[in-house]
Design a protein around this ligand. Structure first.
Ligand SMILES: *Cc1c(COP(=O)(O)O)cnc(C)c1O
Length: 365
């Protein structure tokens, strides 16, 4: 067996001890005589799994008691519609457009009301984050929506908008659990799990309970499709229908891993900062590769860079794959390369990548 260093933006690497635990449980989960993939979601085993997973998220992320946690299908993209359907009570919301996913979220919200673009960083091809304190927010906005880490462009927020009386909604798909988060700053946090948590197939939302039980202006709550109504789904503990059982189980294993093997999110953040520093320090110390992002907004999770030209980028990706560093090709919107260095990417993977980059530079500069 030969595991590669997988720099994919998602689905992405999972911690080896988690994969091994899943493998050990596979044929006979805790004496049930079956795998988690095969068991009823109404069984006592699964009941324990979903409760432990939720408790694990609460513990790891320090989620206050007045927040509910839900497990949903449809990915983060479905949350782009669920957020306005459930929360756009005034018929308008403020969207900060800092990349492709926040743009998509705003476009989806515009189907249900006014998605006002309160700020955008499109003028500089999304290489920075607008100053959140300088933005004029609409006092009538139902919520302010941000994408906290821009997976494609490799940028992240340092400060998040905080406006009295207007809840902040954040897509944290590509940075959740990478560092401690003060959940109390948000009305709703949501994320697809396939970047930093679990296999693909699920989104998780963490919602302050006073936001529940409502709906978009002009859309009565009973007209929201059942599977898109947070309140209905949360009232049934995410088991209105068959939930994504395997993803919930894997999320639980990752929470155990973060608590017991990493030692919590403070520790995880130290490891992630160190990994990102190795890569950015290298990029800053030479001029063959270029990272276009304004340094204060650099993402700790997704590091974008280009070589001198697109043909060289291609050559780089091919040589990297050959050497066991896979999925480094940048998103088609930006080109170049992108190293996604999520929680499960070992420090050694980043160190070895930098050695490879330097070797390639020497051979091709
Ligand atoms: C990947 C990603 C999405 C899309 O997630 P799906 O689960 O594929 O719908 C949305 N937002 C961000 C920030 C992402 O990184």
């Amino acid at each position: 067996m030969n595991r590669v260093y997988n720099f994919s933006a998602g689905p992405s690497m999972l911690p080896v001890p988690v994969l091994q635990k899943a493998q050990a449980d596979l044929l006979d989960y805790h004496g049930s005589g079956m795998s988690v993939m095969e068991m009823s979601h109404r069984s006592k085993w699964f009941d324990e799994i979903i409760q432990n997973t939720e408790a694990g998220i609460r513990k790891v992320l320090n989620v206050p008691d007045n927040y509910k946690i839900g497990f949903f299908q449809g990915g983060a993209t479905q949350q782009f519609a669920m957020v306005p359907l459930n929360f756009m009570t005034t018929g308008t919301a403020d969207y900060l457009v800092t990349g492709n996913f926040s743009k998509k979220a705003a476009e989806e919200a515009a189907k249900f009301g006014t998605a006002r673009i309160a700020a955008s960083s499109k003028d500089k091809n999304f290489t920075y984050i607008p100053d959140v304190k300088a933005i004029e927010y609409d006092p009538n906005a139902s919520y302010i929506h941000i994408c906290q880490n821009n997976t494609i462009f490799g940028t992240t927020y340092k400060d998040v908008p905080q406006v009295d009386g207007i809840p902040l909604v954040a897509d944290m798909s590509s940075m959740i659990f990478s560092e401690p988060t003060d959940v109390s700053k948000y009305g709703c946090i949501y994320f697809g799990v396939q970047k930093n948590v679990a296999p693909a197939g699920m989104a998780i939302a963490i919602i302050r309970d006073d936001l529940l039980g409502k709906s978009a202006k002009d859309i009565p709550a009973e007209k929201i499709p059942t599977m898109m109504n947070y309140t209905t789904l949360l009232d049934k503990d995410s088991m209105y229908n068959t939930p994504p059982c395997w993803c919930i189980y894997m999320t639980g294993l990752v929470m155990d891993y973060l608590q017991n093997e990493v030692g919590g999110l403070e520790e995880m953040a130290k490891i992630n900062h160190a990994k990102a520093k190795v890569l950015y320090d290298y990029l800053d110390g030479q001029d063959f590769y270029n990272n276009p992002v304004q340094p204060e907004y650099r993402s700790m999770m997704n590091v974008t860079f280009t070589s001198p030209n697109p043909d060289m980028d291609k050559k780089f990706c091919a040589a990297a794959t050959e050497a066991g560093f896979v999925n480094l090709k940048g998103h088609r919107l930006v080109g170049g390369m992108r190293a996604s260095i999520y929680n499960a990417m070992p420090a050694q993977g980043v160190n070895d990548l930098v050695d490879f980059m330097e070797k390639f530079r020497k051979e091709n500069a």
